[in-house]
Ligand binder design. Structure first.
Ligand SMILES: [Zn+2]
Length: 113
């Protein structure tokens, strides 16, 4: 049965477009790379400064790990003091992401001394 990838409504054979969404129907549930639909894990949480969060985000992305900074999607509208910033990655990327963050934070610590 074809179905709409947007609203998941099922249609009869031969139907090609979803009547509600106007999108093309698909055959099977393809694992779409839609970040919001996948399980994510928080790999970093701290009252960190923006530059640190930015560095970690860049580092993860350089390593091909998609990440989401919670601050960016508006959970923190108080200027960053009340809410710790969180970085989430997909569950499958979590172990690697934690490793990368650990190494980075150690480097930062070393530089301070
Ligand atoms: Zn639809």
């Amino acid at each position: 049965m074809p179905f709409c990838p947007k609203c998941n409504a099922e249609y009869f054979e031969g139907v090609r477009m979803c009547a509600d969404c106007g999108v093309e129907l698909v055959r099977d549930l393809l694992p779409k790379p839609d970040f919001s639909q996948e399980k994510t894990t928080v790999v970093f949480e701290a009252f960190a400064q923006d530059y640190l969060i930015g560095m970690i985000k860049g580092l993860l992305e350089t390593n091909g790990i998609k990440c989401l900074v919670f601050d960016e999607i508006g959970t923190d509208c108080l200027g960053g003091f009340q809410t710790p910033k969180r970085i989430s990655v997909l569950e499958k990327d979590a172990p690697r992401a934690k490793e990368i963050i650990d190494v980075y934070l150690q480097e930062v610590e070393v530089e301070k001394k």
